[in-house]
Design a protein around this ligand. Structure first.
Ligand code: TD4
Ligand code: CA
Ligand code: ZN
Length: 312
């Protein structure tokens, strides 16, 4: 169907009370697995590429692969820059075929974050590209020693309200206790859902949850069974994600769970068949496992069978 904007996908999700998966890709097989999973579930997709992914695969390869994928599937897809930091990269994405960009200036003081985000919004909107911004710091709640520290790290609802009003962003990623990677929580795995509720009430626009991988037990088991060392890995419990979606999360970023699936599948095939050296036999099963993960996410997020609702 061709690429659509992030805004089109997320406005539909906001109206329908569900979330769309944003899946990070770094190569052809990951992209194909994600698109197959989304297509089989008739679920809209956001394909995310980080600055690291662009550096690894090459800008033109990323755009060409994702455009090709969008042309071959009937589901709506957006191509999104994840955690844009470098103004040169952000500008290139806006002008070079991405339909959505994230400006991540969350490490800066509020005023500066607003200023940088506003500039990106101006440039992006002039080209019909959607913008996501981040406010607050991603860190596990359990890592915070004091209430003061928690306040300084998680997004304040009044800041979110001001930020959205002044910047004109299309979607916002607040910090509510998640963190990137496979080791998210040392103690109890929980999100600050009260805070999320208050933020949504004040801003109304689509909200994004970063660091949202669930680290599925069965995949983790495969990784360790086949020699990986990730014993203390812990993700966001699926029921916490469901609650977050009910309270206004419309985009769920998932990278770690795809990395785990790829790692599990590759470890298994290399262990089970010590004579294998055909890359298609090594990466094919990884692509299959990624498609399965994406299918399960579409059910969990409520985005399955929602493809028709975008742009209609
Ligand atoms: O934004 N993301 C994905 C982060 C991708 C980082 O890629 P680089 O290594 O190239 O910088 C998320 O929020 C993913 O969260 P998750 O829970 O899957 O780690
Ligand atoms: Ca950040
Ligand atoms: Zn992120």
């Amino acid at each position: 169907m061709g690429l659509v904007t992030g805004k089109e996908i997320l406005e539909a999700a906001n109206g329908g009370g569900y979330a769309v998966g944003a899946f990070n890709i770094n190569n052809l097989e990951i992209l194909q697995g994600v698109v197959r999973g989304g297509t089989e579930m008739n679920a809209p997709l956001i394909i995310a590429a980080s600055e690291g992914a662009i550096e690894y695969a090459g800008f033109d390869y990323i755009v060409a692969m994702v455009r090709t994928a969008a042309g071959l599937t009937s589901i709506p897809m957006a191509l999104h820059l994840d955690h844009g930091r470098d103004p040169k990269v952000i500008t290139r994405c806006i002008q070079g075929g991405f339909t959505s960009v994230m400006i991540d200036a969350s490490h800066l003081p509020l005023e500066d974050n607003i200023k940088e985000t506003k500039q990106v919004v101006k440039l992006a909107h002039a080209e019909g590209v959607s913008v996501e911004a981040e406010l607050g710091r991603l860190r596990g709640i359990e890592d915070m020693i004091s209430v003061d520290e928690r306040e300084a790290t998680l997004t304040k609802p009044e800041d979110a309200e001001r930020f959205v009003a002044e910047t004109g962003v299309d979607s916002l990623a607040p910090a509510i206790g998640t963190s990137h990677g496979a080791f998210k929580f040392k103690g109890e795995a929980k999100l600050d859902l009260e805070r999320l509720k208050e933020i949504k009430k004040r801003v109304g626009i689509p909200l994004v949850l970063h660091g949202a991988s669930t680290v599925p037990q069965e995949i983790l088991k495969l990784v360790t069974q086949y020699g990986g060392e990730m014993q203390d890995a812990k993700g966001v419990p699926p029921d916490q994600l469901k609650k977050a979606i009910a309270l206004g999360i419309n985009k769920i970023n998932t990278d770690t769970d795809l990395r785990l699936a790829l790692t599990a599948a590759v470890r298994r095939v290399l262990t089970d068949d010590r004579k294998v050296f055909d890359p298609r036999k090594i990466l094919g099963p990884a692509r299959d496992m990624i498609a399965e993960v994406v299918k399960e996410k579409a059910t969990l997020f409520g985005s399955a069978h929602k493809a028709q609702e975008v742009r209609s």
